[in-house]
Ligand binder design. Sequence first.
Ligand code: GCO
Length: 479
Amino acid sequence: VKRKPFPQDFLWGSASAAYQVEGAWDLDGKGKSIWDEYVRIPGTTYKDTNGDVAVDHYHRYKEDVALMAEMGLKAYRFSIAWTRILPNGTGEVNQAGIQFYSDLIDELIAHNIEPLVTIYHWDLPQALQDKYAGWESRQIIDDFDNYCRVLYKHFGDRVKYWVSLNEQNVFIGLGYLAAVHPPKVSDRKRMMQANHHANLANAKAIASFHEMVPNGLIGPSFAYGPAYPKSALPADIIAFENANEVESYWWLDVYCKGKYPRIAWNFMEENDLAPVVEPGDDAILAAGLPDFIGVNYYQTATYEWNPIDGITGDASSQNTTGKKGTSKSTGIPGMYRTVKNEFLETTDWDWTIDPQGLRIALRRLTSRYDLPILITENGLGAFDDLTADEQIHDTYRIDYLAKHVDAVHDAIADGARVLGYCTWSFTDLLSWLNGYQKRYGFVYVNRDEESMKDLRRMKKDSFYWYKKVIATNGEDITE
Ligand code: GCO
């Protein structure tokens, strides 16, 4: 059967984040972010690696954009460092910061590459953390809106696609529950309150966007790991539905419907975990609905019933060692817990490899929210080997991406409205907790944790593969 083709204007893209690529952490007036501080606490990241230099994209962006143009990339998603624009989070605008992103945007447009801007990819100004504990204070709502308005004013004329918050479920979950991201807190009640403020900040920023950039499109990027039930045992189905509510709809419903899902809310309330909601909050949430849903898709999660007196491990897992079999089961007693899916292989970091999960993700989102979807991230973190003649034969990455592109194609045939597909990532970059050993790029960057070497860019086999995929608008995904 011939499937419906990818739309003609489909955005074949690739993505990055400021802290993971830019470097230049204290140059040209940039202020410190919570990550600039956090990575300096000994033992928090692999081999104590930081993003001070990263892959030096700040100085090499022209070279990187030239490689994107050579590939034929249609869209490049990058994030703006709040601390380059407003070094202390609020106050005077730093012109050098505006200039850097303005130049990057112009460079992309000159090469016919659509800029996709992420407003917030985790690098909160440290000044706001010090002043009022960042996301734990309602003050963040107005300060974030102010920052967004500066961006809309300077870049709204040239940038059509915007991502508001990147992976709120991850930065809140890992920052306030698993305690492996800043501010390294483990307290579900505080997590829920910080999360509520992030919801309000997101909605307010979207409402401002619609007022200031009426022709643009904006949405949050959600780290969506679709849930599967372990079996057809009804108790496992309840567990799976609970996980859907608590792990996915808890965020997605607020984004797309402007309200919390009732069953998860009931559970939070019964357990004294529901956030404090002030009068007027419902109206703010309802007034800031997105134009599309951004999806970062890496893996699915499988759930079984979790008896009340079962395990107590109540934290999101984060495998930082790169050794298989080290992920621990997570969940909430009385609700659900994760189990291994016997049908799926895993990556070197124990993430399940599940291309059909992406089709399922796109179908579920379409069925529940019926909004256009932008796949803002998908990719494989792996150890790459450089051969003696400086080649990188990353057939495993090609295989991974080809199967996911095929799954997107199926989902479009199913009726999902998919605007584009961004791989993670274009060049290799810093993995927040895993240093430089976990590589995602089409372009190899010559550096490791110990040495910056020469930071030279080298094209992997996957570079030429994606070039062909783009040239054939997704029709030829063979190696
Ligand atoms: C890592 C992660 C990241 C995320 C990205 C989320 O290894 O650090 O995989 O690279 O995918 O930052 O938006």
